[in-house]
Design a binder for this molecule. Structure first.
Ligand code: GLY
Length: 354
């Protein structure tokens, strides 16, 4: 995998993508969208000539379709239309499209080149950057995949102006995470934003800084042997909440689960490493105001613990956490036993009065 991938920010996505594509030599161009991005995002590329002539591939929208069936349908279009190793794929969509499209490209004829064009804040700040590709399998998220970087990631800021508040907030949780693992000045700018009335002029520089945090981490540890685990902050509990929400048939967006997961993992950081309690309260107030509360009772603890034991970040039987001694002071490979996890969930419920 290339260690540093090109990430471009642009207010003129169509023009910039045309420039990027003109730099690559390919025989056939394909563009992968889901049903939503085909309808709402493709029309923005009317003057990107290569894209208007590319062979379209469309898969059904949403994470439940990030599966073998959609993957196979992408391979099928590539194969039936004579794609070769010199063909090129543009993945235009949120994290589901960029993850699946990148995996399809990485495995077709042992790998064709691709560009990611994220259309959501979550995709731009996380999924499209850093070379993780894959699909869900056997009920497990991202169970099958490879590390392989896009040639370029082209982040078009036009898309964010029309995103729903929920979509913006979902991406913003990953930005908070990047701030927490980075430094106090970056984090303070994020926690002071009013994301209920987001100002794009303020948000976009924060987004660029946030993507740079991820790029720095990935450049140092592309295959997640060590430092990259810092990007898992908030995700051990976050994934357990997300999966509980699906079991309850009240699914929450990934970033919302991460926001609540961050509060829990800062509480655990406080218990284990003395992370400052006023910083926990500050994040909890921000999360409550913007994301609301994820309701749990002590009857959910066993189920949540069980979900955490299935996390693919675990080694041996311990539940692995990335924790913080302070903002920007990351400790990877921390573990917690069931009692500590229950204490953390008790504190979460106290903090949110539930
Ligand atoms: N989403 C975390 C990572 O890319 O490592």
């Amino acid at each position: 995998m290339k260690e540093q991938q090109e990430v471009l920010f642009t207010p003129h996505i169509s023009r910039t993508l045309a420039d990027v594509l003109s730099r690559y030599a390919y025989d056939k161009l394909f563009v992968l969208t889901d049903t939503n991005t085909r309808r709402y995002c493709m029309p923005l590329f009317q003057d990107c000539e290569p894209l208007t002539q590319a062979m379209p591939i469309t898969i059904p929208a949403d994470d439940t379709h990030k599966n073998l069936e959609s993957l196979s349908s992408v391979w099928m279009v590539l194969s039936r239309n004579g794609a070769t190793r010199k063909s090129f794929l543009v993945n235009l969509g949120g994290g589901m499209v960029t993850d699946l499209g990148a995996f399809a490209a990485s495995t077709f004829k042992r790998g064709i080149a691709f560009v990611n064009v994220p259309t959501t804040l979550l995709g731009a700040v996380d999924a499209a950057v850093g070379g993780k590709t894959g699909i869900n399998f056997n009920g497990l998220k991202n169970e099958i995949g490879v590390f392989n970087s896009a040639r370029s990631v082209v982040i078009g800021t036009e898309f964010f102006h029309t995103l729903s508040s929920e979509n913006l907030l979902s991406g913003y949780a990953e930005m908070l995470k990047h701030g927490l693992i980075s430094d106090a000045a970056t984090y303070d700018r994020l926690i002071e934003m009013d994301m209920l009335h987001p100002d794009m002029q303020q948000l976009l520089p924060l987004l660029e800084a946030s993507v740079q945090v991820k790029e720095r981490v990935v450049a140092e540890d592309p295959f997640e042997k060590g430092l990259r685990k810092s990007l898992n902050l908030g995700h051990t509990v976050g994934h357990a909440f997300e999966s509980l929400s699906h079991e309850r048939n009240q699914p929450v967006m990934h970033g919302y689960a991460v926001a609540w997961g961050l509060v829990c993992e800062l509480l655990l950081s406080h218990l284990q490493l003395g992370f400052p309690v006023e910083r926990v309260r500050q994040l909890a107030a921000f999360v409550r105001r913007h994301y609301g509360v994820f309701y749990i009772t002590c009857q959910d603890y066993d189920r949540l613990y069980e979900r955490m034991t299935h996390d693919k970040k675990n080694e041996s039987s311990h539940i692995n956490f990335t924790l913080l001694a302070d903002v920007g002071c990351v400790k990877i490979n921390c573990t917690a036993d069931k009692k500590e996890i229950e204490a953390m969930l008790d504190l979460y419920r106290d903090l949110f009065n539930i």
